[in-house]
Ligand binder design. Structure first.
Ligand SMILES: [Zn+2]
Length: 398
């Protein structure tokens, strides 16, 4: 197993800020850590000796003061990322700097992975590494991305009481390894440190470290249409909540007398607005059978009917988000970049509700933008998570 570096608290603080903000000069480091400049200098000397940071010359700087920027040194080797959705399992070998070296994917039904992710997942990861000519010994750690919440104990939160055997629920169809400790299962198989995280949480970390949220400490990331969820970055940290259920947007209550949801609630967003429902709403105006990709392409071409449907989704989310912003006061809401042009009407709908319902001063300080990372948001979020965890487990998200 790779050695994990343990550091004093001040060093950990500097590493944490560098991990979240990328390159910084000493002044910014002092401001963001709250440490005195002299302390920052001492820490940088220590971290420089350990070769966990790199210092590069800057373009300016005042006379008599050291100019230059500081960044985390990227460890050699790769992070193995396994991203599990309801339809596809994707494996990626990614550098600690965020360079995606190789990917492989295979169609996968989540509920059929009863023997564990381990065999198909690790096989796929090794195939991806082989495709990228990356020796197996280069694998330093692994991250599993799942489209479900994960509790602080590691598995998918679920009720202990089981229904009668002839009346199995979707939740009870989930493989046992996913309900208990998926990170441990993966780590034991690969022989490297491994972590598991919810997809929207990873996308939030990805956008915060590499995308639209760089330099922002308080943001809400929204994953919509292709899966539904939210990731919260508060005070620069991923906020998972007491039971790992923070940001479970799919279970936002939107219809009083709606159908029962897999979570046990009624009228949850996921029962009212999901990919098949979106396609159904648009299908009536088209003679050919539409797919979700067709609907997103129509949105890209500014089809008025699709724009109205997506703006309604934005307003539905925006009404609730306006209240969430009262509690959290974020400076940014980032909407799933995977939607491409289809994100714009959703953003318009959210902005409309925020302007209407949020305290004007808070609304003025809030921007609603499209994510920059598209389909790579979760993979780059896995890199952000690995960079924090691999250097110091005390900084891990849970
Ligand atoms: Zn629900």
């Amino acid at each position: 197993m790779a050695e994990i570096i343990r550091t004093p608290r001040t060093d950990a603080l500097v590493l944490d800020v560098l991990g979240r903000h990328g390159e910084l000069d000493r002044t910014a480091l002092a401001q963001l850590t709250g440490l005195a400049r002299s302390t920052v200098t001492d820490v940088l000397v220590r971290l420089g000796r350990q070769e966990v940071i790199v210092q590069r010359p800057g373009t300016g700087g005042r006379v008599g003061r050291p100019s230059g920027v500081v960044a985390l040194a990227c460890p050699p080797g790769v992070i193995g990322v396994l991203a599990l959705t309801n339809g596809v399992l994707q494996a990626a070998a990614v550098g600690f700097d965020g360079t995606i070296h190789a990917t492989r994917s295979v169609e996968t039904v989540l509920y059929e992975l009863t023997d564990g992710l381990v065999r198909p997942g690790t096989d796929l990861l090794e195939a991806a590494m082989s495709k990228g000519d990356i020796p197996r010994g280069q694998l330093r750690c692994a991250v599993l991305c799942v489209p479900l919440p994960l509790s602080t104990r590691g598995g998918v939160p679920h009720r202990d009481r089981t229904p009668p055997p002839q009346l199995t629920t979707r939740m009870h169809q989930l493989p046992q390894w996913l309900l208990t400790d998926p990170a441990r299962a993966l780590g034991e198989q690969l022989g490297v440190p491994a972590w598991a995280e919810n997809d929207a949480n990873l996308a939030a970390l990805g956008e915060a470290a590499f995308g639209a949220g760089r330099g922002t400490d308080d943001l809400i990331y929204l994953k919509v249409v292709v899966g539904v969820g939210a990731g919260l970055i508060l005070g620069g940290r991923l906020h998972r909540g007491a039971g790992g259920l923070a940001g479970e947007l799919a279970h936002l209550h939107v219809k009083e007398d709606g159908p029962v949801c897999v979570c046990g609630g009624r009228g949850c967003l996921m029962t009212q607005f999901n990919s098949p429902r979106l396609v159904d709403l648009v299908q009536s105006a088209h003679p050919q059978t539409l797919t979700l990709e067709d609907v997103l392409a129509l949105a890209d071409s500014r089809d008025p009917g699709v724009l109205r449907v997506l703006a309604d989704l934005g307003r539905l989310l925006g009404r609730s988000l306006a209240d969430a912003c009262v509690y959290l006061n974020p400076s940014q809401i980032i909407v799933d970049g995977l939607l491409g042009g289809a994100a714009d009407p959703v953003i318009d709908g959210i902005r409309e509700m925020v302007q209407r319902y949020l305290q004007p001063l808070a609304a003025t300080g809030l921007t609603v933008v499209r994510g920059h990372l598209g389909a790579n948001a979760e993979i780059l979020g896995a890199v952000a998570l690995a960079r924090l965890n691999y250097r110091d487990p005390a900084l891990a998200a849970p």
